[in-house]
Design a protein around this ligand. Structure first.
Ligand code: NDP
Length: 329
């Protein structure tokens, strides 16, 4: 009945430390489905939860991990039975509730999604919250009228999880994407995923700021916020759309109204955490059809629970490339 988990503690001096511990199943939180976790993913938010950043974790000891995939161990809910393969992302699991950095998790059935038949649990965590969010962003761009023949799509934070998966999906869907990245050393990997070109972040930010700049982008998928999103918005073409996903570069947004009132630009917020069930199922089904697992394979790094604290520091300092997944067996 015992299992291994990465348990995060707040010490008396306020410092946050995590280590692998063996826990008894009675320690699991309340919930109607218990899952044997096979793989978890590492996301920017996990970096915050493992270091005490952002005030996301309210109570300690805590088990972080905002997404996981595995097999149902037991279920008191009619929708799931022992042996079903499931994936969970969001719902503040891993933040205010115990999450996926453990061999076992107990959750509410409402938060689970059945794994599409074409996916292994490992595939599901290569995508994880990052892949789901990239898919939701592309769905939103398309719902707002963006099409491949409208022009280039700028993807910011391109070498990270959401950015690199967005590039891969855009390529499969026929879009020409430009990867904005602060790490030129990953240019070849991003081009191999389908990026048409690389725009170095410092070069982009060094161009003089104007209230409206030359119109270049049919759409933006932004993972960075701050100065990058502010500048990119001033370069969106008439009728284009910017999908705001992340804040890896800051939560600020200093802008002006001209892109909106003179070019009809839409700024669309993307949230994956509280997405309703039907939208999640639809996004996972489209990922199943669209995601090129083979092409993305080179951007996947596998780690174990004990390696997570170091990986958390790396993701917060923008040093992780693509997706890091955690093997729980
Ligand atoms: P990653 O850390 O994998 O990627 C973030 C990327 O942003 C980095 O790889 C880097 O890309 C770039 N970056 C990092 N620091 C800075 C900086 N100081 N200035 C400019 N760019 C920077 O994270 P994820 O891909 O998992 O997540 C990206 C963002 O999206 C995060 O803010 C995350 O919290 C958010 N997010 C939001 C979701 C939602 O539901 N709205 C869901 C998932 C994530 P490069 O080196 O190529 O420049």
């Amino acid at each position: 009945m015992s299992f291994q988990a990465l348990v995060t503690h707040r010490q008396e001096d306020g410092s946050i430390v995590s280590g692998v511990e063996t826990l008894d199943e009675v320690r699991l939180p309340e919930g109607n489905v218990t899952v044997d976790v096979e793989w978890a993913g590492l996301n920017y938010k996990d970096g915050l939860c493992l270091t005490g950043g952002g005030g996301l974790v309210r109570t300690y000891p805590h088990v972080a991990g905002v997404d996981f995939a595995g097999t149902v161990r037991d279920s008191a809910d009619d929708r799931y039975a022992k042996g079903d393969r499931v994936v969970l992302t969001g719902w503040r699991v891993g933040e205010v509730r115990w999450g996926g950095f453990a061999q076992r998790a107990r959750v509410d059935a409402d938060w689970l999604v059945p794994l599409p038949a074409g996916f292994t649990t490992r595939d599901a965590m290569i995508l994880g919250t990052a892949g789901l969010t990239a898919m939701l962003a592309i769905d939103r761009l398309e719902a707002l009228g963006v099409r491949p023949d409208h022009g280039e799509v700028l993807v910011t934070g391109a070498a990270g999880g959401v950015g690199s998966i967005a590039i891969s999906l855009l390529h499969r869907l026929g879009y020409r994407s430009i990867a904005l990245s602060g790490r030129p050393e990953h240019a070849d990997a991003l081009k191999a995923l389908g990026a048409a070109d690389i725009l170095p972040r410092d070069e982009f930010l060094a161009q003089p700021d104007k209230p409206l700049e030359s119109a270049r982008w049919a759409a933006i998928i932004d993972n960075v916020g701050g100065k990058v999103l502010a500048k990119a918005l001033r370069q969106v073409k008439y009728g284009g759309v910017a999908a705001a996903i992340g804040n890896a570069g800051g939560i600020g947004l200093e802008s002006n109204v001209l892109p909106f009132i003179l070019r009809g630009v839409t700024l669309a917020g993307i949230d994956s955490v509280m997405q309703p069930y039907a939208a999640r199922v639809a996004a996972w089904a489209r990922l199943d059809e669209t995601f090129d697992r083979t092409a993305y394979g080179g951007l996947v790094e596998e780690i174990r629970l004990a390696e997570l604290p170091l990986a958390a520091e790396r993701i917060l300092s923008g040093k992780i490339r693509g997706r890091t997944i955690v093997r729980l067996d």
